[in-house]
Design a binder for this molecule. Structure first.
Ligand SMILES: *[C@@H]1O[C@H](CO)[C@@H](O)[C@H](O)[C@H]1NC(C)=O
Ligand SMILES: *[C@@H]1O[C@H](CO)[C@@H](O)[C@H](O)[C@H]1NC(C)=O
Ligand SMILES: *[C@@H]1O[C@H](CO)[C@@H](O)[C@H](O)[C@H]1NC(C)=O
Ligand SMILES: *[C@@H]1O[C@H](CO)[C@@H](O)[C@H](O)[C@H]1NC(C)=O
Ligand SMILES: *[C@@H]1O[C@H](CO)[C@@H](O)[C@H](O)[C@H]1NC(C)=O
Ligand SMILES: *[C@@H]1O[C@H](CO)[C@@H](O)[C@H](O)[C@H]1NC(C)=O
Length: 529
């Protein structure tokens, strides 16, 4: 792995570096192995702002061949041994302009992929930032087969290991104690952050997580259950993606888009949408319509997953997410992450046939629950007692993990603590019109990653909001999102919305016939949970 040499432009020395003539030599003379064990250095190099780091050895499925660096950093890539048969590849970026904070970043799906863009995002805003490959390389879970150590890294150990190591190296490098530590992740990365709060409540002062893959075993079953509902591609009554994206999505909007007072392709609260596909039933002659079997399929898609014992395994898919769900969950193929989870972990049989998936597998997976990967804590009291703060966001048009599951998790927490207590340390923002972690018709750019980065302000950036919450005790009331035309930053703004924290939700207060694009058109109103 080769970094481009540091350019000659040097910033004034940061505090604590005064023993060194400049940042380049400080970086080159730093020896991480004086401070950490069980590790080997892969790369140690100063990288100048604007340079590009290339990753030719990364697994191609990660689709991250390079990363351009936004600020001057000292880059340390380490190979951390977690057992005799597992190791984690970690990247720690130490910015020259350090503001005393540490940030760990997460992964996604079943991977295996270092999110360099998130590490860079943290470094850009002055955090010493770390990320890793989570114990295996690539998007596949095949390396879990017959290696529980790789699985253990994935479930919780990798993040804890890099956090411990990253913190030691950060304070050694700058010769200062770390002011505060943070975590940022979405989806699988959301689960990692929640697991950290559950298992290692001292690791982070502030945790920002999106669309968390919580209740992981049941999530795997829920995603697997769609194949049985849709049937395979080309089977009788299989609904083609174009039909989901056109006919069905349009009918969802026809029935539900106006409920919030504004027809803009956004369901401000999909729970108020009780979508009925019956009006799409063919009347004999038409072609742009659904057969009786297809109507039943659509109905089943919007029902929760209930197992044979009557337990609600997973919440229903929320309506409005059809356009993107059509190509994944409803595609007539086994959902890849679930397929691999059942093959390589639950059954330990690469030939296991997804057509065989049944209630027995749901129970099997939940009972197996390796390394308590479930991630569905009853409470986060230890985290609260350490003054930890957690900010959760979930897109209300999420096409991969229904937002209703995060609603259910918050209700689950309220069985042990009233909302007034939770509100002191966990705040959940439902982001209308956001798909999975990013994109969608809504005002989805909220600083959740480099994609959603529109500046460093506590109003408009979830990470900045978290910093103010932790360091100044100013808890976020709303999060301002923005949507640009074609999602290109710098284009005209299509809409802005102040997303409310659960259990508040936006209610339209603008003029009748208005377009609802300004945040002044909406007001947060308390809802029952
Ligand atoms: C920084 O230090 C390195 C190594 O000590 C040296 O080669 C380089 O010229 C210095 N750069 C500046 C801008 O002082
Ligand atoms: C980085 O990789 C992307 C492909 O993901 C490519 O389009 C881009 O040109 C690469 N950048 C450089 C500087 O090579
Ligand atoms: C990391 O270390 C392990 C042994 O612990 C080794 O098998 C592996 O090849 C190393 N990987 C890299 C990228 O250095
Ligand atoms: C779904 O599973 C049920 C029960 O195992 C089975 O009878 C049915 O044929 C399956 N449907 C499809 C489309 O695979
Ligand atoms: C079928 O007829 C009913 C009653 O006239 C109507 O409400 C429905 O929209 C029609 N369905 C289609 C697909 O045209
Ligand atoms: C699928 O289920 C059938 C019937 O229970 C069983 O005979 C078959 O071995 C299973 N196939 C696989 C690949 O698990």
């Amino acid at each position: 792995m080769i970094g481009i040499a540091m350019a000659a432009i040097m910033q004034p020395l940061a505090v604590g570096l005064s023993n060194y003539p400049n940042f380049t030599s400080k970086c080159l003379e730093f020896n991480p192995l004086n401070y950490v064990t069980n590790s080997a250095i892969i790369t140690l190099e100063p990288v100048a702002k604007g340079s590009t780091i290339f990753y030719p050895n990364d697994d191609v499925t990660c689709n991250r061949p390079n990363q351009t660096v936004s600020v001057d950093i000292c880059r340390i890539a380490l190979n951390i041994s977690t057992s005799s048969r597992s190791h984690v590849l970690a990247e720690l970026w130490l910015p020259e302009a350090w503001d005393g904070r540490f940030l760990a970043t997460g992964n996604g799906g079943l991977d295996g992929c270092t999110k360099y863009e998130d590490i860079n995002y943290g470094a850009k805003y002055g955090f010493a930032s770390i990320g890793s490959n989570n114990g295996h390389s690539g998007t596949s879970g095949v390396s879990f087969l017959h290696n529980n150590d790789v699985l253990e890294d994935y479930a919780y150990r990798s993040l804890h290991a890099i956090t411990k190591m990253g913190k030691s190296l950060t304070s050694a490098f700058y010769s200062k104690t770390i002011l505060k530590s943070y975590y940022l992740g979405c989806s699988g990365g959301g689960r990692q952050g929640l697991k950290a709060a559950e298992k290692y409540p001292r690791d982070f002062d502030g945790i920002v997580i999106g669309a968390p893959a919580l209740n992981f075993n049941y999530l795997s079953s829920w995603r697997m259950s769609f194949l049985n509902k849709t049937g395979s591609i080309g089977s009788l009554d299989f609904i083609r993606p174009q039909v989901w994206k056109g006919l069905i999505h349009d009918e969802v909007l026809r029935q539900c888009d106006g409920i919030d007072g504004i027809e803009d392709g956004i369901l401000e609260d999909p729970r108020k949408c009780h979508f009925d596909p019956e009006p799409l039933l063919c009347n004999g002659t038409g072609t742009n319509c659904l057969s009786p079997g297809q109507v039943q399929i659509v109905k089943s898609i919007f029902e929760p997953l209930i197992d044979m014992t009557g337990i609600t395994v997973y919440q229903a898919m929320q309506p409005g997410s059809e356009i993107l769900a059509a190509d994944r969950l409803y595609a007539g193929l086994p959902f890849p992450y679930s397929l691999e989870w059942f093959r390589y972990v639950v059954h330990q049989d690469p030939a296991w046939d997804p057509q065989n998936f049944s209630d027995v597998d749901i129970i099997l997976a939940q009972d197996l629950n390796p390394f308590n990967i479930m991630t569905y804590p009853r409470d986060l009291d230890s985290f609260r007692q350490k003054s930890g703060k957690m900010l959760i966001y979930h897109g209300l048009q999420d096409n991969q993990i229904t937002s209703y599951t995060t609603d259910a998790f918050l209700r689950h927490l309220t069985t042990n603590a009233p909302i007034s207590v939770l509100d002191n340390y966990i705040r959940y923002f439902r982001i209308s019109g956001m798909a999975h972690c990013n994109s969608g018709p809504g005002a989805w750019m909220i600083g959740q990653s480099s994609l959603g980065d529109v500046g460093w302000g506590r109003e408009e950036n979830v990470l900045a909001a978290m910093v103010d919450w932790v360091e100044r005790d100013e808890a976020p009331e709303t999060i301002q999102g923005v949507k640009f035309i074609d999602d290109v930053k710098g284009n005209m703004v299509l809409r802005r919305r102040r997303h409310c924290r659960w259990p508040y939700e936006n209610s339209y207060i603008g003029i009748e016939g208005g377009n609802g694009r300004s945040w002044d058109d909406w007001k947060c109103v308390l809802q029952s949970v």
